[in-house]
Design a protein around this ligand. Structure first.
Ligand code: TZP
Length: 218
């Protein structure tokens, strides 16, 4: 069993829409730079579907496997099951977390995006293993993202004694990542800070350094 809190430190999320070059190359560089967790998030108007989506996912998963990086699928439960992925990440607008937990079983990781203490409570009782909280900072990557709210919810949940692993998301870079961890998150999840960096390797390395040893809220 992996130590999820540790594994969530530098959580890279990516799909074809987020890359200017071959996504496999981007992931390889990100892994070489030290990412600790990966989510395949194939969204947007030119997103791959069907067998093309499966084929890309399979290649990305095999890179992750080779380097023992957990491989999570965004939203597509069927794909996650077909690939025997390590887990699934869902938002509030996707299938209810209880349903997804039932579909994937207890051995896979379930991540849920939450925006309020009520959503956090619901996700916990549905069996979420970690929360994604954001947007912490303004982001252009998710068109329908809610307004950024800083680290307020992360701090609120920690002050209530909620110990579930948390990652911040939205507009996070190596310059601001430390503040997210200092607020109580175990790690940071990023898309463009790595996927659009001139060097995804150096970007991942810088994030790893910023998160450092601070993420530990057991
Ligand atoms: N959910 C909230 S913000 C966001 C998602 C998927 C996008 C994060 O992308 P970036 O490029 O790291 O700001």
């Amino acid at each position: 069993m992996i130590n999820l809190r540790e594994a969530l430190k530098v959580y890279f999320i990516m799909g074809t829409a987020n890359c200017m070059k071959d996504p496999i190359e981007v992931l390889k560089e990100a892994i070489a730079g030290g990412i600790t967790f990966f989510q395949f998030r194939e969204k947007g108007k030119e997103a791959l579907i069907g067998e093309e989506k499966y084929a890309l996912a399979k290649k990305l998963q095999s890179q992750c496997k080779e380097h023992r990086i957990p491989f999570i699928v965004n939203d597509d439960i069927e794909l996650a099951i077909r690939l025997n992925a390590d887990g699934v990440h869902i938002g509030q607008e996707d299938e209810p977390a209880e349903t997804v937990r039932r579909q994937i079983g207890d051995s896979k990781i379930l991540g849920v995006s939450v925006h309020t203490p009520e959503e956090a409570e619901g996700a916990l009782s549905a069996g979420a293993d970690y929360f994604g909280i954001g947007p912490v900072f303004p982001t252009k990557t998710k068109a329908d993202a809610k307004p950024s709210r800083g680290t307020a919810l992360i701090e609120e949940l920690r002050s209530q004694g909620i110990a579930v692993p948390i990652v911040g998301i939205g507009g996070i870079t190596s310059e601001n990542a430390a503040t997210v961890v200092e607020a109580g998150a175990d790690g940071v999840s990023v898309i463009t800070a790595i996927s659009l960096a001139d060097s995804p390797l150096l970007a991942a390395k810088a994030l790893r350094k910023s998160v450092g040893e601070r993420g530990n809220h057991e």
